[in-house]
Design a protein around this ligand. Structure first.
Ligand SMILES: NC(=O)c1ccc[n+]([C@@H]2O[C@H](COP(=O)([O-])OP(=O)(O)OC[C@H]3O[C@@H](n4cnc5c(N)ncnc54)[C@H](O)[C@@H]3O)[C@@H](O)[C@H]2O)c1
Length: 266
């Protein structure tokens, strides 16, 4: 069901990899709500070929960009403005990857070169996206920028490892850049802290299935799905949220405010 709340808006969606990706659902929802978008992902992700299919289905151009590479970002923004014919109303940063987690290194035995890469891909890329967009004056007045994050930025979830620090940094970049974009062009910057979701990035975390079940029981509303995350993200891109900025918004079925749910003890 669509109400056209993004009608006339133009956006760029980072991070759709396959149909499980949260960004995939957001892209579909944005277009069904009337937006025109471009899709982007790292060159290596494009080789899998799935994103091109999404692009064809949505009538959206796919532009390769490594989000840690400034030249790629400049090219992405220039091309997107050309294709969409003007400034951009919304951006989704849906990017995360930990080299140490992927390579099975424990939190007390981290490889620091890999950690630098993790922070660059998962957090500093958000600053790079915003700084490049600001320098090129890409964002339209009153636009909206969202990045996806996880509650391990505030609480300890041991198997999330160095991604906890990456998410804390990401959320801080959202707040700090939110100030600069707000005074500059009334552009909002927020992070959405999403429930565990069965995607490629999510399932890469050790013990993910058990943890998914735990969070499902702990949350009064259950885990928020990727589809409902897409609904919320679309609302954050719409004109109904013009005064929300510099926030970390929990989209987690209530998990973040629970202490104990008796169901978990049964
Ligand atoms: N799945 C979960 O449980 C969960 C929960 C909370 C937050 N998140 C966050 O949601 C976001 C999306 O993850 P997802 O769960 O949809 O998984 P996903 O694996 O589908 O998406 C991660 C994306 O990051 C992209 N990426 C990696 N390196 C990149 C680079 N250098 N340049 C550009 N793109 C790059 C990947 O290609 C992929 O498309 C991430 O920030 C993730 O941390 C996920």
């Amino acid at each position: 069901m669509s109400s056209g709340i993004l009608s006339g808006k133009k956006g760029i969606i980072f991070g759709a990899l396959d149909p499980q990706s949260i960004a995939w659902k957001v892209a579909e929802k944005c277009v069904s709500e009337g937006a025109k978008i471009t899709l982007t992902n790292a060159p290596v992700a494009l080789r899998m070929g799935q994103l091109q299919k999404l692009g064809e289905n949505l009538g959206a151009e796919v532009i390769a960009a490594d989000a840690t590479n400034l030249e790629d970002l400049e090219n992405l923004f220039a091309k997107s403005q050309q294709i969409l014919d003007g400034q951009i109303d919304f951006l989704l940063h849906s990017i995360g990857m930990s080299l140490n987690v992927r390579k099975g290194k424990s939190y007390t035995d981290l490889n620091y070169d890999w950690m630098q890469k993790t922070l660059d891909i998962s957090a500093i890329s958000f600053h790079k996206v915003m700084q490049t967009a600001k320098k090129m004056d890409v964002m339209a007045e009153g636009g909206s920028i969202v990045a996806l994050t996880y509650i391990a930025a505030q609480r300890v979830f041991p198997d999330y490892s160095e991604m906890a620090e990456a998410k804390a940094l990401l959320e801080s970049f959202g707040r700090s850049f939110g100030y600069h974009f707000g005074v500059n062009k009334k552009v909002r910057v927020n992070t959405i802290s999403q429930s565990p979701t069965k995607t490629t990035a999510g399932s890469g975390v050790k013990g993910f299935d058990e943890f998914f079940e735990y969070a499902e029981k702990m949350s009064p509303l259950g885990n928020a799905s990727a589809e409902s995350c897409a609904d919320f993200t679309v609302m954050m891109f719409s004109d109904y949220t013009k005064m929300i900025t510099m926030q970390n918004l929990f989209h987690d079925g209530g998990f973040s405010n629970m202490g104990l749910n008796p169901v978990v003890l049964k």
